[in-house]
Design a protein around this ligand. Structure first.
Ligand SMILES: Nc1ncnc2c1ncn2[C@@H]1O[C@H](COP(=O)(O)OP(=O)(O)OP(=O)(O)O)[C@@H](O)[C@H]1O
Ligand SMILES: [Mg+2]
Length: 458
């Protein structure tokens, strides 16, 4: 990435020349403009700081200052004034100038002023990102769970976070914590002081997503009246989280693959290759292998992403964690709702553990939140979780279809579902069906059930 860009605006070529000489020598990229109109045109490219002459042939400095600030509130402007007029200086500061300098100026003074101005914004940006980190604790401890699958997943996340890995694929059903994991990966890596940028690939139409990711040059398409940096550029040194990667349209998949392989890209409508250093964390709740088979996802991109897959286990495969997770959320909502709930009854916990949680941890969180909002007692009971798992409560009876039903088939289907849901843990599967282990073993043999290799992306 290049150093900061400075725009020098003055109608006197000699002044422009001397400033440009000096600032270029200091390592800045310098653009020049002789008129207000030219200055505004040049600022359509990304500019960090403007040295602005107060007296320009076509407009006065204050007006130009206002325009520049309206286009980019973060732009730094140092006003150069020939007559040391206090009024002008005050007005300039009021309009958001960083500072002003009197003409004739000393080049050393200007160089120092520029350096200080750029340093101030750099610090301001850093403090802002520090505050963001502290306000949102994304430590690995935030990922609650002590069960074997979660401990394994956390160990893998830790390793990958500390590694130089540039591409990571998080897979898991909705609500299993992919967002949380992506943030933990970033904020516990050497990249943590740099930006974490997040985009949902299904949320934007193709053209918009492309310019969001890669940026665009001015005039690249109708409406592109300014040059724009994309996410990959903005996140340089940090992490880009591409959520719902499975939904990315094929055209963009190809461009993403090129970027992952070459670490460089062109802005939309641009000719130069831009090189950045970002870690790409992609997430999907789809089975990408299946998407590849169906021709909806590029196989080469899948293999590129799948170098480091981290599968997040569904909640039903880690029901041992339910007590801990429930305690965690009871604590969260005690604080939020100013309540003093101390836990859930054994009976309620049993019910929660038998339920399949298709919405995973998000669903559990919502169930606890709702129970905490509505309860009048200090211990949450079965009644407080009335809706959690309502769909699996066979209250009085199952309606027999008019066409009848094959009881053996139904039994077989339920046994298979119970085994799949518990990852073939026979004790747990039996519990789901109200059977003991011998009874479920008998049925496994009767139906000649066999554990098929997992079809999930690994
Ligand atoms: N292990 C965990 N411990 C505590 N909270 C968790 C855990 N995993 C997920 N959560 C919480 O569950 C909710 C859903 O998690 P998250 O948004 O990360 O899921 P997701 O996998 O990104 O889901 P989706 O595919 O729907 O986007 C969040 O509130 C998150 O904080
Ligand atoms: Mg998510």
């Amino acid at each position: 990435m290049q150093g900061p860009t400075i725009l020098v605006v003055d109608d006197e070529p000699l002044i422009r020349w001397s400033l440009t000489e000096r600032l270029t020598a200091e390592g800045y990229r310098v653009l020049e403009a002789g008129t207000a109109a030219e200055a505004l045109a040049k600022s359509e490219e990304h500019v960090d700081l403007v040295l602005l002459d107060y007296r320009l042939p076509d407009e006065d400095g204050i007006t130009v200052l206002k325009r520049l600030k309206a286009l980019d509130a973060e732009i730094l402007v140092i006003l150069l004034t020939a007559d040391a007029n206090v009024q002008t200086a005050v007005e300039a500061m009021k309009q958001g100038a960083y500072h002003y300098a009197n003409k004739p100026f000393n080049l050393d003074e200007i160089a120092l002023l520029v350096e200080k101005a750029l340093e101030t914004t750099r610090l301001r940006r850093e403090v802002r990102s520090l505050r963001a980190i502290q306000a949102q604790p994304y430590g690995f401890d935030r990922i609650v769970g002590q069960s074997a699958p979660v401990l394994a997943m956390k160990a893998l996340l830790r390793k990958v976070a500390a590694s130089p890995a540039s591409t990571v694929l998080l897979t898991g059903e909705s609500g299993t914590g992919k967002d949380l994991a992506a943030k933990a990966l970033h904020y516990n890596s050497a990249r943590s002081s740099k930006p974490f940028m997040n985009i949902t690939c299904s949320a934007l139409p193709e053209a918009l997503l492309e310019s969001e990711l890669f940026g665009h040059e001015r005039g690249a398409f109708t409406g592109a009246d300014r040059q724009k940096r994309g996410l990959f550029e903005a996140a340089d040194g940090g992490t880009v989280f591409l959520d719902e990667i499975g939904e990315m349209v094929p055209g963009l998949q190809a461009k993403l693959l090129r970027f992952l392989e070459e670490k460089s890209f062109k802005r939309v409508g641009g000719a130069v290759d831009i090189r950045v250093d970002v870690r790409v964390v992609a997430a999907t709740n789809r089975n990408l292998q299946e998407e590849v088979r169906q021709g909806r996802f590029r196989e080469d991109l899948f293999y590129r992403l799948n170098v480091l897959p981290i599968p997040l286990p569904p909640l039903r495969a880690r029901t041992d964690d339910l007590p801990l997770l429930v305690a965690f959320y009871v604590d969260v909502y005690n604080q939020e709702f100013k309540k003093h709930v101390n836990g859930v009854t054994q009976e309620a916990m049993g019910q929660l553990q038998r339920y399949g949680w298709p919405g995973n941890i998000r669903e559990l969180r919502n169930a606890v939140e709702r129970a905490m909002l509505l309860t009048d007692t200090d211990t949450l009971g079965v009644g407080d979780f009335a809706t959690a798992g309502a769909s699996v409560h066979l209250t009085d009876r199952v309606e027999l279809p008019a066409t009848g039903i094959d009881l053996e088939q139904l039994e077989r289907s339920l046994v298979v579902q119970a085994l799949e849901r518990t990852n073939w843990n026979q004790t747990k599967a039996a519990a789901l069906l109200g059977l003991n282990r011998d009874q479920i073993r008998y049925r496994i043999e009767k139906f000649q059930l066999e554990r098929t290799p997992s079809t999930h992306t690994r």
